[in-house]
Design a protein around this ligand. Structure first.
Ligand SMILES: [Zn+2]
Length: 333
């Protein structure tokens, strides 16, 4: 298990060993924490013969690890072959009502191995309203000995009735020092501690997203794009390149927002210790010379632009046009 999840894993498997975990658990936390791996570990703990056999209930203070990793059930889960473990995972935009109906049907049948059944629903917020409603009854009155694990990084998008029927467990954003150590251990510390801390901030503290970001070389792209943006007022011929770069990925506008926020901090005379892009201080300092009122205005416009682009509903949006307007304002005023 990932080091930042050790304590949470210990607590949750402890609850399972003592039969104190509710039959429906909602595991929530930002993207890229390892919720999927933790969910699988919990499913294994629930199916492990040391916890699921009535006679073998683990006594308090027992030294038996849960899951044990050795029993038949544990081996089947690890091999991805346990017939009483059902995982809903999709790349589609939504989880359909048919998928959930099939699941609830399977859960109502008796367990093949006789140790209960476990269903894991990843990205549970993708359930359509009909799918969520189809799950409600099972959440309320679980059939036989079944457990449901719902996993979500956007729990606010779940129906309140789903949330209220689950035991909710929030995984916190891990301590930065712990994640930075782990990243270095993955061979990703080569650009130095400051660059890694910036990368972690850019990825809002998410360890796995930061790992993927660094491994893909995306940090170089971020530095290049922000560098070009910072030169834009002196070199307007960069406009087309900057605009195309900012439109490549929605997250590129977040990079820009972080740069402007850091610049605003400096313009307000605040300490550079609180900068998010710790490896780009000279760049932020250059931009900060525009002064706080100008930067505040730009940040307001940018926040509005990001909201319009994210909402995805309502009137059609031409992101290029809106960004052009924002960049023109940036150049002129
Ligand atoms: Zn076991």
């Amino acid at each position: 298990m990932y080091p930042w999840l050790n304590e949470q894993t210990r607590q949750l498997t402890g609850l399972i060993a003592q039969r104190q975990l509710g039959h429906a658990l909602l595991l929530k936390g930002i993207e890229g924490l390892g919720k999927r791996e933790l969910g699988l570990q919990l499913a294994q703990a629930l199916l492990c013969q040391h916890t699921s056999d009535g006679e073998n209930k683990v006594p308090p203070q027992a030294e038996v690890a849960v899951p044990c990793g050795h029993c038949h059930a544990c081996q089947l889960v690890v091999a991805g072959n346990h017939s009483d473990l059902h995982i809903i995972r999709t790349d589609q935009r939504s989880i359909s009502v048919d998928t959930i109906r099939q699941l609830t049907q399977v859960l109502s049948e008796s367990a093949r191995l006789g140790h209960g059944k476990v269903a894991v629903i990843e990205q549970a917020e993708k359930m359509t309203e009909a799918a969520a409603n189809a799950l409600l009854k099972t959440l309320e009155e679980p059939a036989g000995q079944s457990n449901l694990l719902l996993i979500s990084s956007q729990p606010d998008r779940l129906l309140p009735t789903i949330r209220s029927r689950c035991q909710q467990w929030l995984l916190p954003v891990p301590d930065a020092a712990l994640v930075l150590d782990w990243l270095a251990g993955q061979g990703l510390g080569t650009a130095g501690a400051q660059a890694n801390l910036s990368a972690l901030n850019v990825n809002q503290g998410s360890p796995l997203n930061t790992r993927d970001y660094l491994a893909a070389g995306t940090d170089q792209r971020r530095q290049q794009l922000l560098q070009q943006f910072a030169q834009l007022r002196q070199q307007p011929q960069l406009l087309t390149r900057v605009q195309a770069g900012l439109l490549e990925q929605p997250v590129h506008l977040l990079w820009l927002q972080l740069l402007l926020q850091d610049a605003l901090q400096l313009a307000l005379g605040l300490s550079s210790a609180s900068l998010r892009l710790v490896d780009s201080e000279p760049l932020c300092r250059g931009v900060s010379e525009l002064g706080a009122p100008r930067l505040t205005l730009a940040l307001d416009g940018l926040a509005q632009l990001r909201r319009t682009l994210q909402s995805g509903t309502g009137r059609p949006v031409n992101p290029g046009l809106q960004l052009t307007q924002w960049l023109n304002d940036w150049l002129i005023h």
